[in-house]
Design a protein around this ligand. Structure first.
Ligand SMILES: NC(=O)c1ccc[n+]([C@@H]2O[C@H](COP(=O)([O-])OP(=O)(O)OC[C@H]3O[C@@H](n4cnc5c(N)ncnc54)[C@H](OP(=O)(O)O)[C@@H]3O)[C@@H](O)[C@H]2O)c1
Length: 338
């Protein structure tokens, strides 16, 4: 199948001078339970990654901490030698412990080791984009990140990294990193039910810097609500497509890395080049129709809203994946994905 990026929703974005499709793929869901160990269905995981490439997706998000090393090994097994258009973004700053936890690992030696491991497992000489992932389980933490970020700048100057970003960061931490070296992207939690970063997104857009929302579909508790379903029904679309379309129309610097362990779900989220039918919904056209119809999806992204990851960990019934009256589908998980 020949990839056809023309029909992927959202078009493209220059990520540090490298063109990527705004409709990307996040690989975290490919591991075993709790983002630990190999996938339950190895062939199925390989198929998802090859489906992403066949759809024309040129931006894949990963981390050495996923598995650990599982998603990087899968990406290499499925796609190496990589198409020249493919950009793989990875994250460093945390590692995994035996209990599946995500302890911070931001010392110089730890960061260098994580970069070396990402290069080895992905089969690359240089990493396209590396995020310094900061914060903790509850989300961003207002602490200095300059020392750790300078380590990545040093590794960039050694030629191991093309572009830098920060993840799970406060606006002040984003500015702190920018005062040290240019960044091309920020990857933070954001979706139509959790909108804490609205002003940061607008600032980054004005500066030509990408904003990559993680948990774009709500993460381990995928977004579900009568409101979202009603909007999807009115647009002859699907709830997940509407959630992604809403992000695409929110700001041109938003790049999607929606996650799934299912090739079928990936196809449903994005029209497939070889099998586009009249019934298949384009998220970009859904987005423009939603905008034109004046649809406003309510949200609860107020300062009082608990970070969804904290809510999920605590098993609270009132986690903030709610869109209006949104009920949840929950999955138990250990620790904090990054
Ligand atoms: N920087 C950070 O700290 C951080 C933290 C978390 C994640 N991330 C990155 O962000 C990416 C996206 O996050 P995520 O994958 O955790 O969450 P997500 O994209 O918000 O949602 C993934 C969930 O949605 C479900 N889903 C996807 N398509 C669906 C469909 N058509 N119908 C029903 N359910 C569907 C998936 O289940 P199925 O597998 O069954 O489809 C999965 O449970 C990750 O892959 C990772 O690369 C970064």
């Amino acid at each position: 199948m020949t990839p056809d990026t023309q029909i992927l929703p959202g078009g493209t974005w220059k990520l540090g001078g490298q063109t990527v499709t705004r409709f990307g793929y996040g690989s975290m869901q490919l591991t075993g339970p709790w983002v630990m160990g190999p996938p339950v269905d190895y062939d199925g995981a390989i198929a998802v990654l090859r489906e992403a490439a066949n759809l024309g997706i040129t931006h894949i998000d990963t981390s050495g901490a996923y598995g650990p090393h599982v998603t990087n090994d899968l990406i290499r097994a499925a796609l190496h030698p990589y198409p020249g258009t493919l950009r793989i973004a990875t994250k460093v700053g945390a590692e995994r412990d035996a209990d599946g936890g995500w302890p911070t690992a931001r010392r110089r030696d730890q960061l260098r080791q994580q970069i070396d491991e990402n290069l080895t497992h992905l089969g690359l000489d240089v990493l396209d984009l590396v995020y310094l992932r900061v914060g903790n389980a509850e989300g961003p933490v207002p602490e200095r990140i300059g020392d750790a970020f300078r380590v990545l700048v040093d590794l960039q100057q050694e030629g191991l990294i093309r572009h830098l970003g920060v993840s799970n960061a406060t606006p002040d931490q984003v500015a702190e990193a920018q005062a040290i070296a240019p960044i091309v992207s920020v990857q933070n939690m954001y979706n139509l039910a959790y909108r804490q970063d609205d002003s940061l997104i607008d600032r980054l857009a004005a500066e030509g810097i990408a904003y990559v929302p993680f948990f774009p579909l709500g993460g381990f508790s995928p977004l579900q609500s009568e409101t979202l379903s009603a909007v999807a029904a009115r647009l002859s679309s699907r709830p997940m497509s509407v959630a992604l379309a809403w992000l695409l129309q929110r700001s041109p610097n938003i790049l999607l890395i929606a996650g799934t362990s299912s090739a079928a779900h990936l196809r449903k989220m994005s029209p497939a080049p070889a099998s586009t039918s009249q019934n298949r919904i384009s998220a970009s056209s859904t987005a423009s129709r939603e905008k034109n119809s004046g649809t406003e999806i309510p949200h609860r992204g107020t300062p009082q809203t608990a970070h969804p990851r904290a809510a999920a960990r605590g098993g609270r019934a009132s986690g903030s994946n709610a869109v209006g009256e949104l009920p949840h589908r929950r999955r138990a998980h250990v620790g904090t994905p990054c």
